[in-house]
Design a protein around this ligand. Structure first.
Ligand code: GUN
Length: 293
């Protein structure tokens, strides 16, 4: 049996189209264009690529994009001063501080200084706290986990009552993903580097979310037949047949997993395109909060 492939590109295109229409409607009815500010500190090349992709998507969907860059040597005060200026700027609806920040910058303090109504990344402690607690809802949900949830929902996967295993406990993906699945009434297990028997947990899972950052670590023989597999990993694997000498693969060994899983996201073209689409959706919602005030 070969799994159904969950097409992240197609589902992301649907989200993008919804956002494009929402932006056009806001412009026509309120004469207001949503704006996303991106903040980059230092010269991390991967961060530069990600921020550029976010800015391009803003342009494509009709949002205003405001790019701010600080040098690697920027002080805590300089970063916080910039965030405060963006908090006060009425043309800025969403503020995205690209992570990781340089080591000398206190990430928690920076993320906590973002106005929660502009926290389109969903990393403000109040938004994360609300996500963690029963009966409370955050204003914004972190984009990659929000994208994974959208993929599950669009694919008709039963979440309520399902056994869900998340491999990885990062602040950006694993932890918020666990909280979202739990809010959606799954029974959630978080596995990590100290988990004693990873295979036993994964084999029990109806939904597996792989977010460890280890090349093709989850293999088909570890899965329960029919499980849904969401692969958040993006890793470079040596491949001499490619012009760059590598290709992108996930944290799941796609070829073996697709023979056992019921549904699976590919890499690339699965979770990846969803992250930016959800950021655009969050920014449109932030603008709606602002114009309805
Ligand atoms: N770095 C890796 N993923 C993300 C993300 O979703 N948001 C931000 N701000 N930084 C990241």
């Amino acid at each position: 049996m070969s799994a159904k492939i969950i097409d992240g590109k197609l589902i992301a295109a649907k989200v993008q189209e919804e956002v494009r229409l929402g932006v056009a409607k806001m412009k026509a009815e309120k004469d207001y264009v949503p704006g996303l500010a991106t903040v980059r500190v230092g010269q991390n090349p991967a961060s530069a690529t990600y921020v550029r992709m976010k800015q391009k998507m803003c342009e494509k969907l009709g949002l205003r994009s405001i790019g701010r860059e600080l040098p690697e040597t920027a002080t805590q005060e300089e970063v916080m001063t910039l965030v405060k200026a963006l908090n006060a700027d009425p043309e800025v609806n969403g503020i995205l501080v690209q992570l990781p920040l340089p080591n000398h910058i206190d990430e928690e303090a920076v993320l906590g200084s973002i106005d929660i109504e502009k926290d389109v990344d969903g990393f403000h402690p109040v938004n994360i706290g609300r996500l963690a607690m029963k009966g409370r809802d955050p204003l914004f949900v972190p984009c990659t986990p929000a994208g994974c949830m959208r993929l599950l929902k669009e694919s008709g996967v039963q979440i309520s009552g399902a056994e869900a295993v998340i491999v990885g406990r990062s602040n950006i993906v694993g932890l918020p993903m666990a909280m979202l699945l739990q809010k959606a009434n799954a029974t959630v297990t978080i596995c990590h580097s100290r988990t004693r028997d990873l295979v036993e947990h994964v084999r029990n899972a109806d939904i597996v979310v792989a977010a460890i950052g280890r090349t093709e670590m989850i293999t088909g023989d570890m899965l329960k037949p029919g499980a849904t597999v969401i692969d958040v990993g993006i890793n470079q694997k040596d491949d001499d047949t490619r012009p760059r000498g590598y290709r992108l693969v996930g944290d799941v060994d796609f070829d073996s997993a697709k023979e056992v899983a019921g549904a699976i996201t590919p890499v690339p073209g699965g979770v990846g395109p969803m992250t930016i689409a959800m950021l655009m959706e969050n920014t449109l919602r932030a603008a709606e909060i602002a114009v309805n005030k």
